[in-house]
Design a protein around this ligand. Structure first.
Ligand SMILES: *[C@@H]1O[C@H](CO)[C@@H](O)[C@H](O)[C@H]1NC(C)=O
Ligand SMILES: [Zn+2]
Length: 411
């Protein structure tokens, strides 16, 4: 190497170091709520979605609001875009970085989980291991392995023999940035173990449970170390990292509402189960599938209780009973804090989205109870829900989960 190339090499090396160490910042990034008032405006939004803007919710149709994050250096371009098309536009989040700063975990006072803060993967896994080692009813399970070599940990909870065919599987944080989802499911796990409420005890002890709080550990770690708003896996593809792990399951794979482009937030991956994370999770779920009574997935945000399927608007299998119980669940969810949920199948309420885990479970095994929650809120904080909302969100969500299982146990 001559002097110049050596210098360039060192410069690149140190740049890489900076890039590797530094957290992505979202100073003055704004989240707009846009409501398209014409088909042309909807089309313009779809084109924008392909152009690298981060859509926090997906484009649905005329008069259906959508949340999109706008970087400060795009602001003028974006304002032109709004003016050229027929939209109602509001700024919902004036500065995304401010929300992220407010959410920053406090210094921990004690070991174990507290639901006044969000936790790292290590903290969650240590808690799971501790539960399993100190409690006869709990077994630590490895439910899969990620691209970066992490174990995907969960627990099996069983209070007594004879519940095996009434197994409830709880999934969360398949989308890395949806931190509230694993905060809620770990709180619910704790409640199942410790609640003294008689109705909760009845539901808890008459089922076997699997909790796998972080379905996408590589992405989740990345949201803590580097980019709070990361969604996908961390598998490197040609031009971008990661596939959407909830578009990668082998049931109607890439059959609408998924993108073939590696840089898209909804990239389905080069083929079904291309991601080691989803492939190994699917193998684990297959081993317990005959026992599953319920499969319930947790996402954020939008306050929706969703039923299969995501690939078709047809109301298949036990749509009606899932819908009827879903409405009762939404009623009990609203009781505590008045939080309103909409209930319906994915395509009716949201949009076509194929290759999701719930579709795969339902379509492959015919599991009777299948729901996907989109938790709080409706966009004021979006993915960056303040930690003081963790417990209220968990309480109301658990109320509705208890209702679901009670209702199905009646029939
Ligand atoms: C669970 O279901 C399997 C298969 O149908 C059956 O063989 C087993 O006896 C059931 N277990 C209980 C406890 O009912
Ligand atoms: Zn999600």
């Amino acid at each position: 190497m001559n002097l110049v190339t050596t210098f360039t090499f060192l410069l690149l090396l140190s740049l890489n170091q900076i890039l590797a160490d530094e957290k992505v910042r979202y100073d003055n990034f704004q989240v707009y709520r846009l409501t398209p008032r014409s088909q042309k405006a909807v089309q313009a939004l779809r084109e924008l979605e392909e152009n690298g803007y981060d859509f926090w919710t997906s484009v649905r149709g005329v008069n259906q609001p959508v949340d999109v994050m706008v970087p400060p250096h795009y602001k003028h371009r974006f304002n032109d875009f709004i003016r050229l098309n027929e939209f109602d536009a509001q700024i919902y989040i004036p500065d995304v970085q401010k929300l992220i700063d407010n959410e920053r975990p406090q210094t921990r006072k004690s070991v174990g989980l507290e639901w006044t803060d969000y936790h790292t993967l290590d903290e969650i896994n240590d808690w799971l291991k501790d539960l399993a080692s100190t409690n006869d009813n709990i077994e630590l399970v490895t439910a899969g392995k990620t691209y970066e070599g992490r174990d995907i940990l969960g627990v099996k909870v069983s209070f007594k023999a004879g519940n095996e065919n009434r197994t409830v599987f709880i999934e969360s944080n398949i989308h890395a940035r949806e931190w509230i989802s694993s905060a809620v499911t770990t709180w619910m796990l704790n409640e199942i173990l410790t609640s003294k409420d008689s109705e909760v005890r009845q539901v808890a002890e008459s089922h076997d449970w699997y909790f796998v709080p972080v379905f996408n550990p590589d992405g989740f770690v990345y949201t803590h170390t580097t980019d709070r708003l990361w969604r996908k896996t961390r598998v490197p593809y040609s031009s971008c990292y990661g596939a959407d792990p909830n578009r990668n399951w082998d049931y109607h794979f890439n059959d609408g509402g998924a993108s073939p482009s590696p840089c898209s937030e909804t990239y389905c991956g080069p083929k079904a189960f291309s991601e080691p994370t989803t492939k190994s999770l699917s193998e684990f779920i297959t081993t317990i599938a005959p026992k599953l009574q319920a499969y319930i997935a947790f996402h954020s945000y939008s306050q929706l209780l969703l039923l299969p399927y995501g690939y078709t608007s047809k109301h298949l299998e036990n749509y009606q009973e899932l819908y009827d119980v879903g409405v009762k669940a939404a009623t009990s969810l609203a009781k505590r804090y008045g939080t309103k949920y909409e209930v319906g199948n994915i395509v009716d309420v949201l949009y076509v989205a194929s290759g999701g885990s719930m579709d795969w479970v339902k379509g492959t095994f015919g599991t009777r109870i299948t729901y996907t929650y989109e938790l709080r809120d409706t966009g004021r904080y979006g993915f960056v829900l303040p930690p003081d909302q963790i417990i209220p969100t968990a309480e109301e969500t658990f109320d509705s989960l208890v209702t679901i299982l009670q209702e199905f146990d009646k029939s």
